[in-house]
Design a protein around this ligand. Sequence first.
Ligand SMILES: Nc1ncnc2c1ncn2[C@@H]1O[C@H](COP(=O)(O)OP(=O)(O)OP(=O)(O)O)[C@@H](O)[C@H]1O
Ligand SMILES: [Mg+2]
Length: 358
Amino acid sequence: MSMFKDMLKDTESLFTTNVEALDFDYLPKLVPFREAEQKQIANCIKPLFQKRNGRNILVHGKPGIGKTVAIKHILKELEEETDEIFPIYINCWQTTTSFKIMIEICNQLGYKFTQNKKTEELTKVVKDIINQNSGAVIIFDEIDKVEDTDFLYLLLEEVYRKTIILITNYKSWFTQVDERTRSRLIPDLLEFKEYTEQETIEILKARMQYAFVPNVWDDDAFNLLAKKAAEMKDIRTGLFLIKEAGQIAEDKSKKKIEKEDALQAITKLESFSIKSSNDLVDIEKEILEMIKKNNEMKIGDLFKMYAAKGKDISYRTFQRRIKKLEEGKFINIQKLDGGAEGKTSIIKYGESKKLTDF
Ligand SMILES: Nc1ncnc2c1ncn2[C@@H]1O[C@H](COP(=O)(O)OP(=O)(O)OP(=O)(O)O)[C@@H](O)[C@H]1O
Ligand SMILES: [Mg+2]
């Protein structure tokens, strides 16, 4: 075990004890360049402070540009300001049905007796708790991932004072929500635009300075990575690259992070997608290729197209392959609910490839 003994001795690190500042879900003290957006959201919440109903808002924009962090930041400030207005945050990627969402809201409201209760009973609990106070700010992040939207209707009907904030990469998601819910929600629209190169550099620099010992970064190396993130228009990619380059340099016991380390981190980013698409079996590659050529098609139509090529495959198997492609972040599935044909899914070619799985 001499290998590990050496590691224990080696206490010098390029990272500070605040290395978590490079985590994707780290909440920085400041969220620069999003003040205007935060102000608009705060204005929607403001009526709650005067015991009136708040306004709702639909926040949209590309991945990795600060939607979640800006809004979580507002929730934190709200919590520090008052105990009367409940802050509730739900990630609809993890919590996909009305039933699960109501349980989660109960949990966040501190109500524990959710066992054996149906959606309606849970809704009543939520309604009673919130209505006895000044209201709630309820955030549904990644809203396009929900399987049904009944919970929205229920909250809109039952809770007197609330601001509902929906966050999505796809503004178009809203157009297929059922009419009853849409006409009650009537949200303000807020687009988060991509950061400029200069803004990207500044945001990443602040996180870098917090997570690394002073002067360990060679300027060229850092700029290379910040520019790569700006090119990809995604702060999350930048954070990944910075952490990776630091790790690469540290593994070589270097005292400085140089351009070669930055370049190696970039290769890692590239080789990740190449490697994992090699991991796909042929049939998945074929399906992926077809999705690339026919972006944003309904799953049923894609299946028909695939079957028309003379492929002998059941719909269930096709769905499983699609699921696997989604898990590998090669594609996105947008669930549509309602409409003449009932539920369906729109398949989008890997637009929002996330780095959370590295
Ligand atoms: N203005 C900013 N200041 C500090 N950090 C930021 C800023 N904007 C984004 N980030 C950081 O970049 C990462 C991605 O941001 P965030 O998770 O908010 O993206 P998003 O827009 O919600 O993306 P997605 O649509 O994929 O969920 C996070 O780690 C976040 O802390
Ligand atoms: Mg987000």
